[in-house]
Write a protein that binds this ligand. Structure first.
Ligand code: NAD
Ligand code: UDP
Ligand code: UDP
Length: 339
């Protein structure tokens, strides 16, 4: 068989690197909204490392320039301070739409802003995708299942969501975002991809975002009691960020629309999570019970059969391997607070 060779994208020194045609895609221009945030910044790192050009759109509500500062000066990287609620004109091949606060403390801080971000922000990014013919990926959430009556949750489950509660700006907002994506797909031929992300943790999370993993790790490092809400018997399934980022890129490149659950099926009660943090951070750590928040889902665990079969994706990093990587990052940042 004949193999043709091309100049490898991004290769230095002018020499021909021997890359068979068809095995390497040309570099893409990609927008990542919310790219200064926790998940977004890891995704940007992966796309830049792959040779693509990335434009981050972020209003810095919960994101930080520190998450991207290592890319400043890279000619393939651009950072725009912009709120996705406002229209924007750009020319790219793909749009990863992540912009939206993810921690319950953050998204309840200004619920009207949260639902505007989910509805108007997603509408604008779909309008952009339609105008330029870009492929669009929505980062939806396991919260679309609400307080689920089916366990574990499959993509076919329609959910059990309170439309008028304190979490609705986020979970109903994401449900509307999914609706918008499907309507732009059916009505305007936009190529869309939908990921339903389950609880994800890792380096670069906001230390004080109020999410359970960041709270427990920061509390244990600061020698404060870990705050368990309610009886601590509610469950969540925790995914390490590199597994999620692999899943998002695989989904974007695939021929499948979704929705796909992206999560780690390993399920823990909050009391079990506290035990794992104790084991890893400080064997003398203690816990303190606090009242739970309204509408807190009792259990959550992804059924990832669909992603395994169609995308050949599954998470690789168990909690006891991922948590130490996050603890290392939190330890450095918490020490820096005292300098
Ligand atoms: P994050 O808060 O760290 O990042 C969100 C980013 O979006 C931040 O940089 C923030 O400044 C930016 N942003 C918010 N509103 C914006 C607006 N109106 N215009 C422009 N930028 C805006 O959260 P994350 O954990 O990285 O989550 C990223 C995405 O993944 C979110 O859409 C979230 O709903 C989804 N998700 C995350 C999880 C998780 O466990 N981390 C679970 C389910 C879904
Ligand atoms: N939009 C945008 N950038 C573009 C194209 C559209 O921000 O390049 C916004 C546009 O302002 C509108 C939304 O996306 O608010 C939906 O656009 P669409 O063309 O689907 O709807 P219309 O403008 O016809 O209402
Ligand atoms: N939680 C807790 N202690 C904390 C923060 C949260 O016990 O300090 C519980 C919370 O009640 C929920 C679970 O941990 O049952 C996950 O909460 P988180 O805010 O991390 O994410 P959610 O899955 O609710 O979006």
């Amino acid at each position: 068989s004949t193999i043709t060779y091309v100049q490898a994208a991004g290769s230095r020194g002018g020499g021909m690197r021997r890359v068979p045609v068809g095995l390497r895609k040309p570099p893409l221009r990609i927008v990542v909204t919310g790219g200064a945030g926790f998940v977004g910044s890891h995704l940007v790192d992966k796309l830049i490392a792959r040779g693509d050009s990335v434009i981050v759109i972020d209003n810095f509500f919960t994101g930080r320039k520190e998450n991207l500062v290592h890319l400043f000066g890279n000619p393939r990287f651009e950072l725009i301070r912009h709120d996705v609620i406002e229209p924007i004109l750009l020319e790219v091949d793909q749009i990863y739409h992540l912009a939206c606060p993810a921690s319950p403390v953050h998204y309840k801080h200004n619920p009207i802003k949260t639902i505007k971000t989910n509805v108007m922000g997603t509408l604008n990014m779909l309008g952009l995708a339609k105008r330029i013919g870009a492929r669009f990926l929505l980062t939806s959430t396991s919260e679309v299942y609400g307080d689920p009556l089916e366990h574990p949750q499959k993509e076919t489950y329609w959910g059990h969501v309170n439309p008028i509660g304190v979490r609705s700006c986020y979970d109903e907002g994401k449900r509307t975002a999914e609706t918008l994506a499907m309507d732009y797909h059916r009505g305007a031929d936009v190529e869309v991809r939908i990921a339903r992300i389950f609880n994800t943790y890792g380096p670069r999370m906001c230390i004080d975002d109020g999410r359970v993993v960041s709270n427990f790790v920061a509390q244990a490092l600061r020698r404060q009691p870990m705050t368990v809400y309610g009886d601590g018997k509610q469950t969540r399934s925790f995914q390490y960020v590199s597994d999620l980022v692999d899943g998002l890129v695989t989904l974007m490149e695939s021929e499948h629309i979704g929705p796909f659950n992206l999560g780690n099926p390993g399920e823990f009660t909050m009391l079990e999570l506290a035990e794992v943090v104790k084991e890893i951070v400080d064997p003398t750590a203690t816990i303190e019970f606090k009242p739970n928040t309204a509408d807190d889902p009792h259990m959550r665990k992804p059924d990832i059969t669909k992603a395994k079969e169609s995308l050949n994706w599954e998470p690789k990093v168990p909690l006891r391997e991922g948590l130490p990587l996050m603890v290392k990052d939190f330890r450095t940042r918490i020490l820096d607070e005292h300098k």
